[in-house]
Each structure stands twice: as structure tokens, then as C-alpha cells.
Design a binder for this molecule. Structure first.
Ligand SMILES: O=P(O)(O)OC[C@@H](O)[C@@H](O)c1c[nH]c2ccccc12
Length: 263
């Protein structure tokens, strides 16, 4: 009941209500549909795999509810260029203000500083946010199966695809995975962090893996901190990673990426 995801969800509904007053739906939709600046998120990951490289989605995250401030000297554009120079395939940029100290301006600045496709990392509860994401030039959106019904996810996926955005569907148990596999997106994220308890276990990825058809791209998310974590995943044929903290805590997030994956 009082878990963090519920709180975040309530905040999101309030935020969307306020946003709809500030910029009416028809207007944000027009902005989204007029934005022709698209980068293919899934293709960027596949290109790395085709070159025998890991597909790294490098996250730009200042703070989180479980860790507090992760990086005080926060420079989204600089971090994005640094990630791009060091072999990242894609960016993930937190836009949630209340819980992650994110902002849409960070997404815009990060994406503009490089040529990588960018994920709007936020909690999507209303189609309005999908149009916002595209208006801000996001190339991918996140759907969290723990809180969305299957009909809602199907609906959001159809809108995202119609706007030319990719979809990362995030799960952390078998029931959520069953729903995620009803979608058409190839990108299935397994969050090693339980968003209700903040507990992190890489076994979450390993346990769900065998139930995922080989035409999907499994993204292991959260808690990848050491080269042993990376090689454990690679031994299990998981070669797509969403990593934030391990990079953002280091003086150069790009160098940290390089040493974790290519060191
Ligand atoms: O910083 P980490 O442990 O490397 O995790 C990154 C990413 O997986 C995490 O930020 C995340 C995964 N799913 C989310 C959903 C909402 C907010 C944040 C997240």
C-alpha cells in the first residue's frame, strides 16, 4: 500500500493533470507529431550486437529514492558526450523531478550533445506523457509492467510506435513477463531492483531468462556494478545492459563505462 511505486504513481497523475492545463493535449500531440528528429533505439542496440559488442544503455541520473544524491556535479550534456565517446549504444535520461531529481531539459541537452538515441526514463501512466516524450525528442519510452495493465501497455505501445519511438517494457517477475511478451516490442527489460522494496538481485535476470524467446532483446537493468556482474550476464547470453549508478558515481562516467565493459 505505502510502497514507493504507489506514491510515484499518485504524483504522476497529479503532474499529468497540471501538464494538461499548461499545454493542452491537442497541442502536445501536434508538437510530437511535428517532431521529425528520430533516432532508432532498437537499431542502435542491434548494431552493437552485430559488431560483437555489448549494447549499453548508459543512464544519466542525478539521484534516486533508494540512494539519495548519486552525483552532485551533474552535467547531462557532458555525461552524454562522454558516454557516446566510450562505446554506449543509447542513453537513458531520468525526467522525473520529484523522486529522481530529473528534468526534461536534461533529456533534451543530453540527446543534443551526441548522436545516440535516448530513452525518456519516467513512469508512464497516461498517454499524454508519450506525446510529451516525443515532443522532447525521446526515441524510446519505458513501460513498467508492475503497475500497468496489459490493455494499457498495448495501448501505450501502439501510440509510441505510431510516433516512431521504441518501447522498453520492464518486468521483475514471471507474471509481469507473461504480460510483457504479449507486446510486440523486442526490448524486454528485467529490473534487478524490486521497485517496491529496493532489493537488488542479479538472480532476477537469470531466473526469468529461460522464459524469453530468442527474438527478444533482454536488457538487464540495475545493480550492474562490477566486471564480474557483466561477465555473469554475458555467460548467460545477456548482452544488453542498462547501467546508471556505477557510471554516475565516478569522476568520468564515460571512463567508468569503458573500464566496466572494455577494461
Ligand atoms: O543505477 P543502476 O542500479 O545501474 O540502475 C539503472 C536503472 O536500471 C534504474 O535507474 C531503473 C530501472 N528501472 C527504473 C524505473 C524507474 C526509475 C529508474 C529505473
Amino acid at each position: 500500500m505505502s510502497d514507493i511505486l504507489k506514491k510515484i504513481w499518485a504524483t504522476k497523475h497529479d503532474e499529468v493533470a497540471a501538464a494538461r492545463k499548461a499545454i493542452p493535449f491537442a497541442e502536445i500531440r501536434a508538437q510530437a507529431e511535428a517532431n521529425a528528429d528520430r533516432r532508432d533505439f532498437v537499431a542502435a542496440l542491434r548494431a552493437k550486437h552485430a559488431a560483437d559488442q555489448p549494447g549499453i544503455i548508459a543512464e544519466i541520473k542525478k539521484a534516486s529514492p533508494s540512494k539519495g544524491v548519486i552525483r552532485a556535479d551533474f552535467q547531462p550534456a557532458e555525461h552524454a558526450a562522454d558516454y557516446a565517446d566510450n562505446g554506449a549504444a543509447c542513453l537513458s535520461v531520468l525526467t522525473d523531478r520529484n523522486y529522481f531529481q530529473g528534468h526534461e531539459d536534461y533529456l533534451k541537452a543530453a540527446r543534443a550533445a551526441c548522436t545516440l538515441p535516448a530513452l525518456r526514463k519516467d513512469f508512464m501512466v497516461d498517454e499524454y506523457q508519450l506525446f510529451e516524450a516525443r515532443a522532447w525528442s525521446a526515441d524510446c519510452i519505458l513501460l513498467i509492467a508492475a503497475e500497468l495493465s496489459l490493455p494499457q501497455m498495448k495501448d501505450f505501445e501502439a501510440i509510441a510506435h505510431a510516433l516512431g519511438m521504441s518501447v522498453l517494457v520492464e518486468v521483475h517477475n514471471g507474471e509481469e513477463l507473461d504480460a510483457a511478451l504479449e507486446l510486440t516490442t523486442p526490448l524486454v527489460g528485467i529490473n534487478n531492483r524490486n521497485l517496491r522494496t529496493f532489493e537488488v538481485s542479479l538472480d532476477t535476470t537469470l531466473g526469468l531468462l529461460q522464459n524469453i524467446p530468442s527474438d527478444r532483446i533482454v536488457v538487464t537493468e540495475s545493480g550492474i556494478l562490477a566486471t564480474t556482474d557483466v561477465s555473469l550476464m554475458q555467460q548467460n547470453n545477456v548482452n544488453t545492459f542498462l547501467v546508471g549508478e556505477a557510471f554516475m558515481r565516478q569522476p568520468s562516467p564515460g571512463k567508468a563505462l569503458h573500464s566496466l565493459f572494455f577494461g
